[in-house]
Design a protein around this ligand. Structure first.
Ligand SMILES: [Zn+2]
Length: 382
C-alpha cells in the first residue's frame, strides 16, 4: 500500500505531554501531544534507545509533519511524585544533598500535571516507506508505549487492527495534514458523552515553508519540541498553526453516532435470601446489637439494611447489616436506586449520606401525607 499518512489515536485515563516548562519541581503538560513525545513513542515502538536515536532515527522522524486534532481536550489534574529517594539529588558541586537535621539522603517532591480522559487524533505525514515501517512497529512494539509519561498507558490500541480495512484511522494517502484530519469522523467514547463544545474541534498543524509562503504567518505559534537529543533532552523550535474544524452534519468533520466503547457491565448481584436460617440469625443479632432502634433516626427498627451484598444469602457479617426503621429504609433504598448502586450499598451511618437521607425522608413523608389526604377528600375536592 502506498500511504503517506499514519493516524494515531491517543486516548487514556491520563496523558502528560511535557514541554520546556516541564522541568525540575513543577512539571506541566501541554494541551496536546508534542512532537518530541510522539517521536519518543515511535522510537520505543522501534526499539531505538535514547542514546542511539540522534544518529540513526531522529533525522528521519523529525522530517515527519505532525497534525493533532483535539477530539476531547480532557481535564487538567495535579499529582505529586517523589524523586531522588535512595539515590539522592546531586548538588552543583557533585555532592549528594542530605537533610540538615537527620543527615539522610534528601527526597524531592515534584508536582506533575496530567490531562484526564483526553482523546487526540494525531496524523503523521512522510514518505510511504517510513510510514509503513512505523505502522508495523506500532502494531508490534519492542518496548512499552505510553502517553507522554510512563504512568500513562493508552486505553485503546493506537492503530486499528489490520483486519478492519475500512476503518477511517487506517494509514492512507492525503494531499495535506488538514485533509487527513478531516477524513476521520468524530466519535463519542461512551454513549452519553457530550459532542464537542460549539460544534468545533481545535487542530494544531506543523507549518513548513513552501515556495509560495516562505515565511511563517504572523499568528503561528512556536513550540520547542523537535527533539535534537533525548539524553540529555534538547529541542529545536517549530512553527505550529492553530485552526478549528466544524463538527456535525454540515461540518468539515462528520460524526459517527456509534460510541467507540461500551461500559463494563456491573458484576451480578447475589440475591439476598431472606428465608435462609443463617441470614435470619444474623438479622436478629444485628437488631439486638442495635437495641431494635433505627441507626439513623432512633425510631423502633423493623427492617435491616444490607450495607453490602458481597456476602448476602446467609454469610453476612454483622458489619454488613444495619437496623433501620421502615421510613429510613425506604429513603436509603430510593437513593440507592437513583445512584444505580451495585454490590456495595449505602451505609446509613456514613455522614456523607446524612443530608441526602434526611431530604429523601422528608420527600417520602410529604408524598405519603398528600396521598393520605387525597384518600380522605371527597372526589370533587381532589
Ligand atoms: Zn429511621
Amino acid at each position: 500500500m502506498n500511504a503517506n499518512t499514519l493516524f494515531l489515536r491517543l486516548e487514556g485515563p491520563l496523558q502528560a505531554w511535557g514541554n520546556q516548562e516541564s522541568k525540575f519541581v513543577v512539571r506541566r503538560t501541554s494541551e496536546a501531544p508534542t512532537k518530541s513525545g510522539v517521536i519518543g513513542m515511535l522510537c520505543a515502538a522501534l526499539g531505538v534507545s535514547r542514546r542511539e536515536a540522534p544518529d540513526t532515527w531522529l533525522p528521519r522522524l523529525n522530517s515527519l509533519r505532525v497534525g493533532v486534532r483535539i477530539d476531547r481536550p480532557g481535564v487538567r489534574w495535579w499529582d505529586y511524585h517523589t524523586v531522588g529517594a535512595r539515590y539522592g539529588n546531586p548538588t552543583a558541586e557533585g555532592k549528594i544533598k542530605k537533610t540538615a537535621k537527620t543527615g539522610r539522603i534528601e527526597t524531592l517532591v515534584t508536582r506533575r500535571e496530567y490531562l484526564c480522559d483526553a482523546s487526540f487524533l494525531v496524523s503523521l505525514q512522510g514518505d510511504s516507506g517510513l510510514i509503513d515501517q512505523l505502522a508495523d512497529a506500532l502494531r508490534n512494539p519492542k518496548w512499552t508505549l505510553y502517553l507522554g509519561r510512563k504512568c500513562c498507558p493508552p486505553s485503546r490500541p493506537l492503530l486499528p487492527p489490520l483486519e478492519q480495512r475500512d476503518h477511517p484511522e487506517q494509514p492512507g494517502d492525503f494531499p495535506d495534514l488538514l485533509s487527513a484530519l478531516k477524513s476521520v469522523p468524530w466519535r463519542k467514547r461512551l454513549k452519553y458523552d457530550a459532542e464537542p463544545a460549539e460544534g468545533k474541534v481545535d487542530c494544531l498543524l506543523d507549518w513548513v515553508p513552501t515556495n509560495e509562503q516562505p515565511e511563517a504567518p504572523p499568528d503561528a505559534l512556536v513550540w520547542y519540541d523537535v527533539p535534537r537529543t533525548f539524553d540529555p533532552p534538547s529541542h529545536d523550535a517549530r512553527f505550529v498553526i492553530h485552526t478549528q474544524l466544524r463538527v456535525g452534519p454540515d461540518g468539515e468533520v462528520t460524526i459517527d453516532k456509534r460510541p467507540a466503547q461500551s461500559l463494563t457491565p456491573r458484576p451480578p448481584r447475589p440475591r439476598a435470601n431472606y428465608r435462609n436460617a443463617e441470614y435470619r440469625k444474623a438479622r436478629a443479632e444485628r437488631l439486638d446489637a442495635d437495641h431494635h432502634l433505627c441507626v439513623f433516626c432512633k425510631s423502633p427498627a423493623t427492617t435491616v439494611q444490607h450495607v453490602t451484598y458481597r456476602r448476602a444469602g446467609g454469610s453476612e457479617s454483622q458489619d454488613d447489616l444495619r437496623a433501620l426503621c421502615r421510613l429510613c429504609h425506604d429513603a436509603v433504598t430510593m437513593i440507592e436506586y437513583g445512584l444505580g448502586m451495585g454490590l456495595d450499598r449505602i451505609d446509613p451511618c456514613d455522614p456523607d449520606f446524612r443530608d441526602r437521607i434526611i431530604k429523601k425522608r422528608a420527600e417520602i413523608v410529604q408524598f405519603r401525607s398528600l396521598e393520605t389526604r387525597r384518600r380522605r377528600l371527597s372526589p370533587e375536592e381532589v
